[in-house]
Ligand binder design. Sequence first.
Ligand code: ATP
Length: 356
Amino acid sequence: MPDEIALELKNIRHAFGDTVAVDNFNIDVRPGEVVCLLGPSGCGKTTALRVAAGLENLQQGTVKVGGNVVADSSTNVPPERREIGLVFQDYALFPHLTVLQNVEFGLENMTAGERNIRAVTVLDQVGMKWAVSRYPHTLSGGQQQRVALARALAPQPPVILFDEPFSGLDARLRDQIRDETLHILKDSGTAGLLVTHDAEEAMFMADRIGIMREGHLEQVGKPEELYFKPSSAFVAEFFGEVNRLSGNVEAGVVNTPLGAFAAGDLEEGRKAEILIRPELLRLNGDVDAPGLCGRVITSRMLGRTSLIHLCLCEEVGIEVHLHSRMPGRYLPQEDQEIHIDLDPNQAFVFPLDSKS
Ligand code: ATP
């Protein structure tokens, strides 16, 4: 494959009337790589995918598949000729065709026998070989989604686009089908571009995540980069709640009720906000230890972790409400005083007047 990029979107801009849905949008997906577009409702994720697929006519920019231009100012290859598989939320199977016929539908340049073998092979891969002669309406949502995946995989496209493919499934089935989908993509070496608004899903599926905001990509990187080194409060908050504090930069630090945080390259006098993930607030019963002291408001078991609501003890003089997340079962009593450990170097510091 030329230059080893399965799908490339370059300088894409797309508007619906006055609404600019996607602007200055650039992303590439390599063979075997899964990239997720993650962002809130209306930020342009689906539009970016539809432009890539050719379901929206390109207005500006370039789309390449396997190094070949499929859309630019002078080219517009129709969707069915782009060598892109599509798996969308509503499965979009043909109701009047059997499962086998649905999967055979997109297979060209093959004899009837070859089509049959290929369709049965991919249906077997997704665990749906048993349903070859069933009609879509006789299958559950999860089963239909597997057939939709088989249909997308059957022509062996270099790229498959997924638009919220698991959101119609209940939690357990969703976990199972996204796990299977990930393994199938990795085994087949197919590139995947997947749209979701679910950060956990993106972290589960993606080699890289692009966080979208108001039509543009705010940050692109490996899940751990985005989680541990977010470029903005918007990105940080997308991966779970944060404790927020604020203060002014003085002598290179931001002083807060939780202590001083290095201000990095923020200039003196600048108002800054500090974001601290709940798991960074480590609690223990040693209240005489030097450091921060909190009082438990309430605590809740959430499964793998416990969430403890805290305020800082009165000496600080400011009402500060914090959330700490501790592994396993950790349920201190209400009103109990508790010691808080925090590594200030792991907190995020951003200018407060930036758009966050
Ligand atoms: P969601 O997560 O809710 O599906 P999204 O991030 O996929 O949202 P898009 O569906 O791409 O967002 O929409 C981006 C913007 O473009 C929104 O403001 C939306 O209202 C607008 N938009 C999308 N499709 C159309 C259309 N066909 N006509 C007019 N405006 C549209």
